[in-house]
Design a protein around this ligand. Sequence first.
Ligand code: PLP
Length: 456
Amino acid sequence: MNKITNHMPTAQLQALDAAHHMHPFSTQNDFATRGARVITSARGVFLRDSEGQEILDAMAGLWCVNVGYGREELVEAAARQMRELPYYNTFFMTTHIPAIALAAKLAELAPGDLNHVFFAGSGSEANDTNIRMVRTYWAEKGQPERNVIIARWNGYHGSSMGSGSLGGMVGIHSQGGLPIPDILHIGQPHWWAEGGEMSPEEFGLMRARELEEKILEVGPERVGAFIAEPVQGAGGVIIPPDSYWPEIQRIVDKYGILLIADEVICGFGRTGNWFGSQTLDIRPHIMTIAKGLSSGYQPIGGSIVCDEVAGVLAACEFNHGYTYSGHPVAAAVALENLRILEEERIVETVHDETAPYLKQKFESLADHPMVGEARIVGMMGSIALTPDKAARAKFKADAGTVGYITRERCFANNLIMRHVYDRMIVSPPLVISKSEIDLLIQRAWQSLDEAMAQVK
Ligand code: PLP
């Protein structure tokens, strides 16, 4: 076989891809009929494909390339670390400098007494860690029956057996025997779709109180933790009503259950602060991290754990870990990524300048005849597509169709936006400039026009 390079014709690359590469969250046969777009390089907020097209990546990859593409410092950090120590584990009374330095840095950045880090290779692995950590914590405290973890429908926490169970995605639960036992779900604070005649604030309170109802139904002595994303990401960027999180916090405090904030998307500046927990004013015992931790340049995730939980675990042997927990190259890159975020004041710039600018522009999409609401926090936002704004109506076509058409129009117009059913999402690199934001909005508007013409 010829060497596969980006000099190969696109059609040939696509044929090989369809024949041999099984894609995540995809219908594999689509790749044979249509061919995937082959992404060959990237700089800043732009991707380049094998046909030489420049695409504005308004999703920062999968919500992760926070510092943008093409950062030489991260390349150098990886190369340096590979020369020095490409791999070693931290299992059997050994450690290494990148893991020490990254854990200490995260303890400094994380709020409250979240001072301890257990590393994983991804967000899914980190949430699997959380399940085992919470249950081990309660068992060590002499309450092994507290193994129920409550999560939310339409939340997303990964796609392994454990993290996919924590998530409330019906499509994931329908394959492979999920959820695992003792993971229970309550409703999501998605006012636009589910709020009916209630005000957002009433609805937020109602949904938060489902947590208390579930705790009482199961028995408070059996509930170990509640897990949620500060702002649901993959569920459609669902920004909860203001009443929601204070009530959740009251309930977890009242029953003494652990709160796990899944910061895999919200962390590292995405919501305009270092962590979504700060933006939403919540006090988790554990935060799940990944994605923006390394800006996606290396696969790394982890759990940042409070003094109390880490203290209890410290006295027992916690029989858990991954070959790549605290991988030195990934840790070195993550550390350099945090240095860039800090020294270039990227989170502050998002908070003070670019996010307010994006908010103003993004919310103007609500003037489009097919857009019901446009909501954004920091650099994550979504619009609801609707045939009738006042009624908050859904399109009649199969779920996802109008969103899918709009996504395809965006793609054709060299803009990457993701769709979740009939919600369109943006989550651009945090370094996006004001003129790039203008381009994003212009391409989004044009794509909405084209999609509307196709739907009507
Ligand atoms: N948690 C949240 C909130 C996520 O959005 C994701 C991925 O999108 C995950 C966990 C899983 O992370 P990974 O894909 O790295 O396993």
